[in-house]
Design a protein around this ligand. Structure first.
Ligand SMILES: *Cc1c(COP(=O)(O)O)cnc(C)c1O
Length: 406
């Protein structure tokens, strides 16, 4: 029941065996390819009506072969929230937030890891390990718990407390490492043989992209098969952006899109960790590692992305851009966006609002266009970054003047 035709090395197009355990090819990620002609015959977009309200509604375009291997917590079909006040504030016709904060474990990481864990189950993998800057560890821990797999999570010491707590909550073996995510990845590479870990790092197995591409399918379906003018996406490892661009190509091949228009893809980073932006500005296809990566938006703290060329290709092909927002504005932008929308906007997506401001100033996005911003995670997981001082009251002697003043 899978339409996967083969796997393909993204760097050189080499065909690889499907239905076997695959990691990287020539140290670079692997695409999953489908027999789209067969999919087209098997399913039409009207067949989606009445299907499960999760990303698994796009079943024919997903790699799992046997339904019993699907490991699910109901992920997907997150709402599109129209935000007229934000549209006015940023000077565009329409601004819509796709709110991924409403996913299991509070971030869009659930999509990729639901898929990766389902495929790991199908391929007989029992133990998984992941280096994480934050949300990926929690999501993997949750799906591993659901699949009854053993899970190891390695995170930099200063990863937000909520991420440590949730990974431990689901029974994962969690470690804090006095280094960066790259140091965590090195520990997994060294311990892999000894502990029989399967490495679930971003893009080091082929299936997280397949989970994340469902954001593109949902967006198309929710917008009635006509895509927006621009998408702003906070970029760390880039799976979300890469996945959506792949999704749009697949939908076009199926003739499911009403018009030919594809969105401009904007890859958004923080000024203090912007390897993709730097490469884009230099017109390069590969990004040099970023030294001393630091940002309060933990999901963006990825100094070196294995899929750098896949991100930059998508951005280029789409006519979009890679734009950095000032690190010291991320939290304020997230606060402003939350206040003007009611959506719990994470600091990562704060970078999208900063990038949107720049894109409008530069004329890359115009006043009559529709923009979709991905809110990739829930702000409440970032208490350290977003905490604000609030006044304290004495219940025996309430200071009413203070209340009047705030
Ligand atoms: C991981 C993460 C990102 C970066 O996502 P990629 O698809 O790896 O680029 C952005 N925002 C949040 C909240 C994340 O957890």
């Amino acid at each position: 029941m899978s339409f996967v035709s083969h796997l393909e090395g993204a760097i050189d197009g080499t065909q690889l065996e499907p239905r076997t355990v695959q990691t990287l090819h020539k140290d670079r990620p692997i695409w999953v390819k489908y027999d789209l002609d067969a999919v087209k015959k098997a399913v039409s977009r009207s067949d989606l009506v009445g299907r499960t309200d999760s990303m698994w509604r796009f079943r024919e375009l997903l790699p799992v072969e046997h339904n019993e291997n699907i490991v699910s917590l109901g992920e997907g079909m997150t709402p599109l929230v129209d935000c007229p006040k934000l549209a006015r504030r940023f000077g565009v016709k329409r601004l819509v937030i796709k709110d991924e904060s409403q996913m299991p474990t509070g971030s869009f990481k659930a999509r990729g890891l639901a898929m990766a864990v389902s495929m790991a189950k199908e391929l007989g993998i029992a133990t998984v390990a992941i280096p994480t800057a934050g949300n990926a560890g929690g999501a993997l821990a949750a799906y591993a718990a659901r699949a009854a797999m053993c899970c190891y999570v390695f995170m930099p010491g200063d990863t937000p407390a909520a991420n440590r707590a949730e990974a431990a909550l689901f029974g994962a073996k969690v470690f804090r490492v006095n280094g960066l995510i790259t140091d965590c990845a090195a520990i997994i590479a060294q311990g892999k043989e000894r502990f029989k870990w399967f490495d679930m790092s971003t893009l080091k197995e082929p299936y997280r992209i397949e989970g994340k591409k469902t954001m593109g399918f949902e967006l198309a379906e929710q917008m009635h098969w006509s895509l927006p003018d621009a998408i702003f996406y906070p970029t760390g490892g880039g799976t979300g952006l890469i996945g959506m661009w792949k999704a749009f190509a697949e939908l076009a091949a199926l003739d499911w899109l009403d018009d030919d228009k594809r969105p401009m893809m904007f890859s958004c980073q923080s000024s203090t960790c912007a390897p993709i932006v730097r490469a884009f500005e230099k017109g390069e296809r590969f990004a040099d590692p970023w030294e001393n990566a630091q940002t309060c938006a933990s999901g963006l703290r990825v100094p070196k992305a294995a899929g750098d060329f896949m991100i930059l290709d998508a951005v280029q092909e789409s006519g979009g851009a890679a734009i950095a927002a000032e690190e010291n504005r991320l939290v304020d932008l997230a606060r402003e966006a939350s206040r003007l929308s009611g959506v719990s906007v994470c600091p990562e997506s704060g970078a999208c609002f900063g990038a949107l401001e720049t894109a409008v100033e530069n004329g890359q996005v115009s006043a009559n266009e529709t923009v979709v911003i991905f809110n990739t995670g829930a702000a409440q997981k970032y208490v350290e970054a977003i905490d604000v001082d609030v006044p304290t009251l004495d219940c025996a002697d309430v200071d009413w003047n203070l209340i009047e003043r705030v």
